[in-house]
Ligand binder design. Structure first.
Ligand code: IPE
Ligand code: IPE
Ligand code: MG
Length: 251
């Protein structure tokens, strides 16, 4: 594992890594256990990946923890996830502080249960002075919701003459998203062998490198993150240009 870590070029790290933590249910099922057992074990992976990301020098880590579509799961699972969120947030504040990680959320927090909201507010407050990395938890999040919200806010501003239609640039639009002030993710990781985006950060991942791994989230460890980072560093990011323009040595 240390050897993997040594292969990472610290000067070419993505500033922002986004993760779709997937496969908790299938991980549990493969062990003959209920799905909730998978979610509980997924917390260990969250702790480890937060620590690894902060240690190596990632500035922003965004984890998809609960989508707006996840409300459609059986009530028992939704309730278990909400309880787990409260327990985990309360228990992990110390780890976040030990690792100098600040907590933030994206998504519609206002519709979470009162207990979850309170625990989150307290944890955000208790970690607000930390500076090494920001952990953004996507909770009750979906990209289409976020984009619709931004559009509504912009439309209100236009209606009230605060903003003119010709002033709506990409930057202005982005500044109305939940992720304003956060650089776009350069690397998006999805675990569990699913090849889809599931309504995650649709605007922000326009030019992200996508990395898919069959590993179920509860098994995802530091070494898996290092592998993803090494893979990322081997990619040629052309942004519409041709190879010779971005890597002159190829001419
Ligand atoms: C990801 O694991 C966690 C959440 C969506 C909350 P899943 O619960 O989606 O696990 P699978 O995909 O059914 O295996
Ligand atoms: C995406 O995973 C949401 C989170 C990881 C929180 P899902 O498991 O809900 O996605 P789908 O339904 O398989 O696309
Ligand atoms: Mg899933």
């Amino acid at each position: 594992m240390d050897e993997l870590k040594l292969n990472i070029d610290k000067s070419l790290l993505p500033k922002h890594v986004a993760v779709i933590m997937d496969g908790n249910g299938r991980w549990a099922k493969s062990k003959g256990m209920p799905r909730v057992f998978g979610h509980k074990n997924g917390v260990n992976a969250v702790r480890e990946i937060c620590e690894a990301a902060a240690e190596i020098g990632i500035e922003h880590l965004t984890l998809y923890a609960f989508s707006t579509e996840n409300w459609n799961r059986p009530a028992m699972e939704v309730n278990a996830l909400m309880s787990l969120l409260v327990e985990t947030i309360k228990a992990e504040v110390k780890t976040l502080n030990d690792n100098n990680i600040k907590l933030n959320t994206i998504g519609d927090i206002s519709h979470l249960p009162e207990k979850s909201k309170n625990a989150l507010e307290k944890a955000i407050n208790d970690t607000s002075n930390n500076t090494r990395m920001i952990l953004h938890l996507a909770l009750n999040y979906s990209a289409r919701w976020e984009i619709t919200q931004a559009t509504k806010t912009i439309a209100e501003k236009v209606k009230n003459n605060i903003l003119q239609p010709e002033d709506i640039t990409q930057e202005v639009f982005a500044s109305h998203l939940n992720t304003h002030n956060i650089p776009d993710p350069e690397l998006l990781i999805r675990t569990s062998g699913e090849y889809r985006i599931s309504n995650y950060l649709l605007w922000q991942i326009a030019y992200a490198e996508l990395y898919f791994t069959p590993v179920f989230w509860p098994d995802f460890r530091k070494a898996n993150l290092y592998e993803a980072l090494i893979d990322f560093q081997g990619r040629e990011r052309r942004f519409g240009k041709i190879s010779e323009q971005v890597t002159p040595a190829n001419t």
